[in-house]
Write a protein that binds this ligand. Structure first.
Ligand code: GLN
Length: 264
């Protein structure tokens, strides 16, 4: 057995039952499958409110999904208690994917639809604010450019995220709302922590992003040579990617056509 055959990763999914909007838990499945195809063992632990888990124990990847304000409120105090450990983990290049409601709570603060403030854990230097129930939500298919390639997903959020100066975005919006529908930015990225509004689940249809998270986790645990990943047959994943791309771009094109028809 070679060294690389023994590669193993521990994944933690935070609040898998409360923050699982649009099947965000599918992100863990994508990681497990893509690792299994390469002989990399993965354990997945769900972390619920009160569970004695800490990323200070051996953790290689933290996944957190989205949820409505109600669910965010339920997990918020528990997440705060884990804040120091999660910030240390992120500072030490710990790999994180935080989606939508999870992304908002991994920022500095989220002001919910009723005006209630939920303090976040401040891994991302960003604040999110919901303009209230009378303002339209940001809903639809998204295409964004990440490192010059497309990432696709589905968004449905009332909260708008604004990045503070110096906070890098994850991607640039091509179609859809992204962080706030105004500045063309999608998500946030700090070291190996990625925040995004993209559901889908996002990883199954964005295999390059899934592999990046896996490679970062392997590199952090075993060093750069262990981060090499054998290519997989991604025809199905890329087909899903293309379908999502098509859905997002054709709705943008028809919205533009309707607008043009009104103006003409
Ligand atoms: N409750 C948040 C909002 O509406 C997050 C929703 C979500 O996770 N999709 O902004």
């Amino acid at each position: 057995m070679t060294n690389t055959d023994r590669r193993q990763l521990n994944v933690a999914v935070l609040y898998p039952n409360l923050l699982n909007l649009y099947g965000d838990r599918g992100n863990a499945r994508a990681i497990v499958q893509r690792c299994a195809a390469r002989g990399i063992d993965v354990t997945v632990d769900g972390v619920d409110i009160g569970d004695p888990w800490s990323p200070r124990q051996r953790t290689d990847l933290v996944l957190v999904g989205g949820g409505q304000d109600r669910e965010q409120r339920r997990v918020q105090a528990d997440l705060q208690r884990r804040g120091d450990a999660l910030r240390d983990y992120a500072d030490n290049n710990g790999v994180i994917l935080a989606v939508c409601g999870g992304f908002q709570l991994f920022g500095r603060q989220y002001r919910g639809w009723d005006g209630e403030i939920m303090e976040g854990i401040g891994i991302f230097d960003a604040v999110a604010t919901h303009p209230g129930p009378k303002i339209a939500r940001c809903v639809g298919n998204v295409v964004a450019l990440w490192e010059g390639e497309t990432v696709v997903g589905f968004e449905n959020h009332g909260g708008r995220t604004y990045l503070n100066d110096g906070q890098e975005a994850f991607a640039d919006v091509v179609s859809g709302f992204g962080n706030n529908g105004g500045d063309g930015l999608e998500g946030a990225k700090v070291r190996n922590a990625f925040g995004t509004y993209l559901h889908g689940a996002v990883l199954p249809k964005n295999p390059r992003l899934a592999d990046r998270l896996i490679a970062l986790a392997l590199e952090r645990r075993y060093g750069p040579t262990a981060a090499k990943l054998a290519p997989l047959d991604d025809r199905i994943a890329l087909r899903a990617h293309a379908e999502a791309l098509h859905a997002a771009l054709s709705s943008t094109t028809s919205a533009l056509a309707r607008r043009f028809a009104q103006l003409a």
